[in-house]
Design a protein around this ligand. Sequence first.
Ligand code: UD1
Length: 343
Amino acid sequence: MDKKKGVLVSGGGGYIGTHTAVELINAGYEVVIIDNFSNSDESGVKGVREITGKDVPFELVDTCDKEALRKVFEKYEFDTVIHFAAYKAVGESMDQPLKYYQNNLVSFMNIVEMMKEFGRNNVLFSSSATVYGEPETLPVTEESPRQPATSPYGNTKQMAEDILRDCCRAYDSLYGIALRYFNPIGAHPSAMIGELPRGVPNNLVPFITQTAAGIRECLSVFGTDYDTPDGSCLRDFIDIVDLAKAHVAAVDRMTQDKMEGKYEIFNIGTGRPVSVLELITTFEEVNNLKLPYKIVGRRPGDVKAVWADTSKANRVLGWEASRPLGETLKAAWKWEKNIRDME
Ligand code: UD1
């Protein structure tokens, strides 16, 4: 493995990890995937191998297991780690905070510790727009203040950002980038990889596709009494392949020694607000179907509106989102049909 081209992807069996692994390989990077399959299975890694035609190395490792992680660092000579391995269910994190702090923070600290121990340089952390809470001004820039986290899940994102910032400041060899994702949706156009929610989906698009597939009876729209143009919440829905490509741009920046400081933050979104109702209508139009939905009360904890100012990522990373929402929603539906054997 060429050290500069080597990238360890933790949580590389999951939704964002698989898509990112594919784009990294397409860009000429050598990827090693680790995952403990706590929220994914072999099918994601298989999909990555099929799409790329490469026998991508995989190790079944829990990132919280420091000794197992050390063996991965001994075996492969990557200079960059992208850390996706984390729990992500907001509601569950309210009921089981320790599970979230334990898993999301210990795994990340283990990664950083191994980077330091082995003198590896670049850490890319998968953060979230959740750190902005209910923003005072829109769109949000990277300088917009973070709001106190409203869930342990959100808190682990803020804490991990701070851990990375402090470690990059303290350890000469370490460089870090945090990408704050807005709402990742869709699937690879091949429909060989995509999102695989366990149980009832919490997120909007998997719930929509499962409803269209007849697995859920009816979609609930959580509130149309917000102070927004159509009363439903506004979000910045970012195509998963566009999002994956943002990671490649960030890894390029780190491995080509273009970083201006030791730690940088980028918003990764489209810069365009789309309402929940608009998303539903677009899904129906592009896929030529009717979605059963009803309007219900607000979901506790939801923010009214959040979307990204992406000018920093556009300018500094030379990256911008390009897939139209309709294409993304077609890909989401194609993926759902594929995993349900509907075609
Ligand atoms: C949430 C988290 C975010 C996390 C993301 C991915 C917060 C505030 N947000 O984003 O940190 O990264 O999930 O896990 O912690 N909706 C419906 N019906 C549904 C589902 C959703 O109307 O069945 C609406 C919601 O009210 C919301 C929008 O769709 O307005 C998007 O919801 P969702 O997909 O869950 O994402 P967020 O809550 O924005």
